[in-house]
Design a protein around this ligand. Structure first.
Ligand code: GLN
Length: 469
C-alpha cells in the first residue's frame, strides 16, 4: 500500500482520496505490522504525527507527506539517540534545520530510523538497539549507516526518509535495499541538528523510491542556514528542472580504477548495463583516471576517526544522556560512562582518531591524510574538466550476509572505496537501483557530479532510471 511515491500520495491527498491523518494511520499500521521483523524504526510517535496531520497545509509541495528521519537528526520532543546507549534517554529540545524545512514545506516528520551507532558502520549491525534486516534481501544486511531509512522505504514502511552520509551512508544502503539515495554537495543542506560524526564530511540527504522524490525533498531541505557556519551560500535551484530532459551529448566519465577485479559479477554487470543504457540515451562515455583512488579509504578513516574523536568527547556523562552509576570521582565517571555507553566500533574509532592526532603521529597520519584529501579533490577537478558526470559502482558487492563473522573491520572499511571519494571532495553523488534478475539482490549504480551540479546529476539519474524500466 505504501509503495507509492511522494507524487502519488500528493495526488491522493490533494484529490481528496485520502486525508493526511488517514495516511499517517496507514503508515503507523505498516510500522506495527512490519517493523518487528525488520527493525527499521527505533521509535515513532503517532500522536505527534496525527497532530501535525491535523494542521497539514496541502497547498505546500510536501503537504501531508510523512517522512521518516534518521535517529541522528534532531527532532523536537522525540528521542534522538544515534542508536547509542550513550543517548538512550535523550529527547531533543529542538529540530534540526532539515526537519524544520521539511515541516515548512508541509511534510510530517514521522518515525526515528535505526542506524549504525553514531553513523559508524556500513551494515546497520552496529546499532545498540539491534540490527536492521534488509527487506529486499532477507538474511543480508541493509547497508549502513542509514540502515533503517533505506529499509523503511524498501520495506513499505515509509514513503521517503532522511539519512546522513559521511562516507557513503545514504548511497550504500540505498544500493543494498534497491532504492534511491542522494548525498548533496557538502554545505548544501544545513548540518545544524545533525549529531556530528565527522563534521567536514557529514551531509544530510533523502532516501526515496525514485529520483523525482529525491529532487522534491532536496527542494525543501537545501539552502543557506546561518546556524551552520559551513552551510553554503550558493543559491538553490529547482532540482526537478532537469527531470524528463534528454541527456544527448552529456559526457560521462568512467574511471579506469573502478573497473576493478574486486567487483562482484553482479556489480560488474550493473556497470556494463548502465554504460549501454547511457550510450543508447546519447551520452558519451569517456575513459578517465582518478590516480589516487587507492588511497581514499586510508585517508578517510584517518580523517573521519580524528574528527569523531573530537566530536564525541562531548559525551562524557555530564552533559547529555547516559551516566554510569556507582562511580568514584570525575575521571571514573567519564571513563565508566564511555566504557559502558559506547559500543565497540565507536570505541575503536575514538581510539584510532586520538592516536592519529597525538603529537608523535600527527604529521605521519593526520597531516598526510589531509594531503591525500587535496590530491583526491584535484583528481576530480581534473576529471570534471573533461566530463560532466562520473559513473561508478556504489559498492564492490551486493549486500553481504548479516553477521558474517569472517568479515574483519578492515574488510568492511575497504567496501567503502567507491562512496568515500565524494565525501572527501565534497561532491554530490546519487545511487539508483539497476534492474536485477528475479530473486537476485539489489545492486545500485552511482553517478557523481561537480560541486552544486545536483540538477544535472538528477537529470541524468532520472533518464537512466527511466531507461531501466
Ligand atoms: N561506512 C562508513 C563508515 O563507517 C561511512 C559511514 C557514514 O557515511 N556515516 O565510516
Amino acid at each position: 500500500m505504501l509503495n507509492g511515491t511522494i507524487s502519488h500520495w500528493r495526488q491522493q491527498l490533494t484529490g481528496g482520496a485520502i486525508s493526511p491523518a488517514e495516511l499517517v494511520e496507514e503508515i503507523a499500521r505498516a510500522m506495527e505490522e512490519r517493523n518487528p521483523g525488520i527493525n527499521a524504526y527505533l521509535s515513532w510517535d503517532k500522536e505527534a504525527a496525527l497532530a501535525a496531520a491535523a494542521r497539514a497545509d496541502l497547498s505546500k509541495p510536501l503537504g501531508g507527506i510523512p517522512i521518516a528521519v534518521k535517529d541522528n537528526i534532531a527532532m523536537l520532543g522525540q528521542p534522538t539517540r544515534c542508536a547509542s546507549r550513550m543517548l538512550e534517554n535523550f529527547v531533543s529540545p529542538y529540530d534540526a534545520t532539515a526537519v524544520t524545512r521539511l515541516t515548512a514545506a508541509g511534510a510530517i516528520p514521522f518515525g526515528r530510523t535505526n542506524m549504525d551507532e553514531f553513523a559508524m558502520g556500513s551494515y546497520g549491525e552496529n546499532s545498540a538497539f539491534g540490527e536492521t534486516q534488509n527487506p529486499a534481501a532477507p538474511g543480508h544486511v541493509p547497508g549502513g549507516s542509514s540502515s533503517g531509512s533505506a529499509a523503511a522505504v524498501a520495506g513499505g514502511m515509509a514513503i521517503a526518509a532522511l539519512g546522513s552520509d559521511t562516507g557513503g551512508s545514504i548511497r550504500q544502503p540505498a544500493s543494498h535495499c534497491g532504492v534511491v539515495g542522494i548525498k548533496p554537495t557538502y554545505g548544501r543542506v544545513s548540518r545544524y541538528g545533525l549529531v556530528a560524526f565527522a563534521s567536514s564530511l557529514d551531509q544530510i540527504g533523502p532516501i526515496t523510491q525514485n529520483v523525482e522524490d529525491a529532487a522534491t525533498i532536496l527542494n525543501a531541505i537545501c539552502g543557506h542556514d546561518a546556524k551552520d557556519s559551513t552551510s553554503s551560500t550558493e543559491p538553490t535551484e529547482d532540482f526537478t528542472a532537469g527531470l524528463g530532459k534528454d541527456i544527448k551529448g552529456l559526457r560521462i566519465g568512467l574511471p579506469q580504477e573502478y573497473l576493478s577485479s574486486g567487483n562482484s559479477p553482479a556489480v560488474a554487470a550493473a556497470l556494463e548495463q548502465s554504460i549501454r543504457k547511457l550510450t543508447d540515451l546519447g551520452a558519451e562515455i569517456v575513459e578517465i583516471s582518478l590516480p589516487h583512488a587507492e588511497a581514499v579509504v586510508a585517508a578517510y578513516y584517518i580523517i573521519a576517526c580524528a574528527e569523531a574523536s573530537s566530536n564525541l568527547s562531548r559525551f562524557d556523562g555530564i552533559r547529555y544522556g547516559y551516566r554510569a552509576a556507582g562511580t568514584n570521582g570525575l575521571d571514573d565517571l567519564y571513563s565508566k560512562t564511555r566504557e559502558t555507553g559506547f559500543g565497540p566500533e565507536v570505541k575503536r574509532r575514538i581510539i584510532l582518531g586520538t592516536y592519529v592526532l597525538s603529537s608523535g603521529f600527527y604529521d605521519a597520519y593526520y597531516a598526510k591524510a589531509q594531503k591525500v584529501r587535496s590530491l583526491v579533490a584535484g583528481d576530480f577537478a581534473a576529471a570534471f574538466e573533461k566530463v560532466d558526470l562520473i559513473l561508478g559502482p556504489v559498492a564492490p558487492t551486493s549486500a553481504p550476509k548479516l553477521h558474517d563473522a569472517s568479515m574483519t573491520p578492515l574488510q568492511t572499511y575497504l567496501a567503502d572505496i567507491y562512496t568515500i571519494p565524494a565525501n572527501l571532495a565534497g561532491l554530490p553523488g546519487i545511487s539508483i537501483p539497476t534492474p536485477v534478475a528475479e530473486g537476485a539482490h539489489p545492486v545500485g549504480i552511482q553517478l557523481l557530479a561537480p560541486h552544486f551540479a545536483e540538477t544535472r546529476l538528477l537529470q541524468a539519474a532520472a533518464a537512466l532510471e527511466k531507461a531501466f524500466q
